[in-house]
Write a protein that binds this ligand. Structure first.
Ligand code: NAD
Ligand code: TYD
Length: 354
């Protein structure tokens, strides 16, 4: 056992949106843990997201593709890893529709590699945890009524959610078959700082700021249940430490909004921030062709997490959106950095020519 640290935790996907918040949160809260960020640095992963903690003495970064089992084995050995919080994934539904195979490789093959390597490395050991982070999209699409619970049957409908559902099944299979110490969470849509500007909220903020058109898919009546990303980090902390082995926990803030209501709210908020005439940003809204197989509504029942672990979201959506808008307005250089280079071609194609 590694004597220097109480735990040595691999966080995969730590250079991405949610992963960077989880890494930062753990480093600040637990001075006796070492955090090893494993990330391939795809277009969505950027070390800029962690520049405020990159010099922390308990932090290490390893540029590794989780599809590479040899490299994973070497890292487990090098650091004597005790736990895993697994977030690395291809995460954008539109990209999964354009090309599913990258999603199969990272989300399915990569996850099974990680499970297998951790299982071999920890063989016979005790008190390890493998926390698999997943999405509510594995449950499919809701009608006007009802919420996803932990008992809802899986019904993934996009290539992204199909790949995440598959990874969830493998994680559960490792628990049932090998008694491997899995904990799981399925969370609703996150928002906050460092969110890659291909997803709805950061894309709209960026386009409003730059007076570009705001592409709303279909009629804009699809519903998402939004959660402040730092609240997701506290939920992961609670589940990782106090959740029951073999259990999954839904994470969400009971915060359903239609896309059009959300986009209009952002327009109003940013008209104020940018000293524009009220109503001027809304004129940028453009209803475009719908996403293929677009899930109608997601909504999470997170009562198990509240009941068992006492978790609750900390801020309202309106407060969180204002903080998010402020962060993007103050960090335009971040947006420029993460949308330059490899991503640029894709970004142009998807959003500028649309
Ligand atoms: P993201 O796309 O912002 O970040 C993903 C990270 O994984 C990036 O840093 C990327 O470089 C890395 N990565 C991708 N492929 C890799 C590979 N083969 N090997 C190593 N690293 C690789 O994603 P996110 O929004 O932060 O989501 C993180 C996790 O949370 C995902 O598992 C996602 O399914 C889940 N999740 C996301 C949301 C959401 O609203 N964003 C909601 C619920 C669950
Ligand atoms: P997104 O942020 O891609 O998350 P997810 O598809 O995983 O829920 O999209 C959120 C919602 O916003 C979804 O209903 C699709 C819609 N959307 C738009 O209307 N326009 C856009 O440009 C994007 C990226 C998404």
């Amino acid at each position: 056992m590694n004597k220097a640290f109480e735990k040595v935790i691999i966080v995969t996907g730590g250079a991405g949106f949610i992963g960077s918040h989880v890494v930062r949160y753990l480093l600040k809260k637990y001075s006796t843990y070492q955090i090893i960020n494993i990330d391939k640095l795809t277009y969505a992963g950027n070390l800029e997201n962690l520049k405020d903690v990159s010099d922390h003495e308990n932090y290490k970064f390893e540029k590794i593709d989780i599809v590479d089992a040899e490299a994973l084995r070497a890292v487990f050995k090098k650091y004597e890893v005790t736990d895993v919080i697994h977030l690395a994934a291809e995460s954008h539904v539109d990209r999964s529709i354009e090309g599913p195979m990258e999603f199969v490789l990272t989300n399915v093959v990569g996850t099974v590699n990680l499970l297998q390597v951790a299982k071999d490395f920890w063989a016979g050991g005790e008190n390890h945890v493998f926390h698999h982070v997943s999405t509510d999209e594995v449950f499919g699409s809701l009608g006007t009524e009802g919420l996803f619970t932990e008992e809802t049957s899986y019904d993934p409908r996009s290539p992204y959610s199909a790949s995440k559902a598959s990874s969830d099944h493998f994680a559960r299979a490792f628990f049932h078959t090998y008694n491997f110490p899995i904990k799981m969470s399925n969370c609703s849509n996150n928002y906050g700082s460092h969110h890659f500007p291909e997803k709805l909220i950061p894309l709209m903020i960026h386009n409003i700021q730059n007076n570009k058109s705001l592409p709303v898919y279909g009629k804009g009546d699809n519903i998402r249940d939004w959660l402040w990303v730092e609240d997701h980090a506290t939920a992961i902390d609670a589940i990782f430490h106090r959740g029951r082995i073999g259990e999954s926990y839904n994470v969400g803030g009971l915060n359903e909004w239609t896309n059009i209501k959300l986009v209009k709210f952002l327009c109003q908020l940013m008209d104020n921030k940018l000293n524009r005439i009220s109503g001027s940003s809304e004129k940028l809204i453009s209803f475009v062709g719908d996403r293929a197989g677009h899930d109608k509504r997601y909504a999470i029942d997170a009562s198990k997490l509240e009941r068992e672990l006492g978790w609750k979201p900390s801020i309202t959506f309106e407060e969180g959106l204002e903080k998010t808008v402020d962060w993007y307005l103050e960090n335009q250089d971040w947006v420029e950095k993460v949308t330059s280079g490899e991503y640029q071609k894709y970004y142009q194609k998807m959003y500028t020519e649309r």
